[in-house]
Design a protein around this ligand. Structure first.
Ligand SMILES: [Zn+2]
Length: 328
């Protein structure tokens, strides 16, 4: 040790106190970092929809796991989709749930597909509370469900604003690959998405499980390399969900082996539409007066069916007359 170094070594009483406090702080931080993992209990049974998040203690990565079987089944039943459309819609709904769990809790997320062939135009809405809905143009596509075109991703935060960005869809694009491409291109977040969909004999979803691992800005190349080597050994979340381990925690431990992580939150997942008699009237109010007049000509009531939940709303025409009077 040189003469200069020894002069800089703290020797006064206050420095000694400070370094003791610093050591205690470092020891406490290390104890916290390596403490037993936290879990969000109780885990819902394997036949119930759920979404949970895990976070590495140093913030390098997050893991989202979603089981959306019941919601996807309800959507497929309402829309009367054939097997190909049921499968792709389940992948889109589960993927949208995973993506929404990565954004601000007060934001809703929308996937809007614009394409001529396949299932045609489609919309998936996931609301702030984890409920969601979906619709599509062609429930029985000829050929592949994804035919090309573009996917627009919208994020809306009520009273604050919205953000929209698009990614091109290739014919026969796989939904997880499409969503990963969007997250990397538009949000600069390298993500790994896996979605497994099983259909029953009627072509309806009988299992829909997805996972998303996202490398955060704090994450390093080494973290990613460790994750990639873990993935091969971990298998899939869907296969690991059992009555004893409905959250597939054993799978998550293999996936995140070598990292300290906690299960930090759980969120509701359900199919729910937001249509109502009031919303039908507000949509009709947005029509041009001539269009509305033509629509209600000779009718006493107007029937309109929600594209998402297929509920038919009956609006008495006398409730619409003030809309025409206001414009004349
Ligand atoms: Zn509806």
């Amino acid at each position: 040790m040189s003469h200069d170094d020894s002069e800089r070594t703290p020797t006064g009483p206050s420095e000694k106190v400070r370094s003791a406090a610093a050591l205690r702080y470092l020891a406490a931080r290390e104890a916290r970092r390596t403490a037993a993992p936290e879990r969000v209990l109780p885990a819902p049974p394997p036949d119930a929809d759920t979404l949970w998040r895990g976070l590495l203690r140093d913030g390098q990565m997050r893991l989202i796991v979603a089981r959306t079987t019941e919601a996807c089944r309800a959507i497929a039943e309402r829309l009367g989709t054939g097997p190909a459309a049921s499968r792709v819609l389940a992948e889109l709904f589960c993927g949208a749930q995973l993506m929404r769990a990565t954004i601000h809790p007060d934001e809703s997320l929308q996937l809007a597909g614009h394409q001529q062939g396949g299932i045609g135009s489609f919309v998936v809405d996931i609301f702030e509370d984890g409920t969601g809905r979906a619709t599509l143009r062609h429930p029985h596509p000829v050929g592949g469900a994804i035919a090309g075109g573009s996917l627009q991703v919208g994020r809306v935060r009520r009273g604050v604003g919205q953000y929209r960005s698009s990614v091109a869809m290739a014919p026969d694009d796989a939904v997880p690959a499409l969503l990963m491409r969007y997250l990397l291109d538009s949000e600069q977040l390298p993500s790994l998405i896996d979605i497994e969909v099983q259909l029953d004999d009627a072509g309806l979803p009988s299992l829909v499980v997805g996972s998303l691992v996202q490398l955060m800005p704090e994450g390093s190349r080494e973290d990613l390399a460790q994750l990639v080597s873990n993935i091969e050994r971990a298998g899939t979340a869907a296969a690991a969900m059992t009555a004893e381990d409905p959250d597939a925690i054993a799978w998550a431990e293999k996936l995140l082996a070598g990292f300290h992580w906690d299960q930090v939150a759980r969120q509701a997942v359900a199919f729910r539409c937001r249509c109502s008699a009031e919303r039908v009237i507000s949509v009709l109010a947005s029509l041009q007066p001539d269009e509305l007049r033509e629509l209600i000509e000779g009718l006493e009531q107007l029937e309109s069916t929600c594209d998402f939940c297929q509920t038919t709303w009956t609006t008495p025409v006398h409730q619409l007359l003030p809309l025409l009077e206001a414009s004349s």
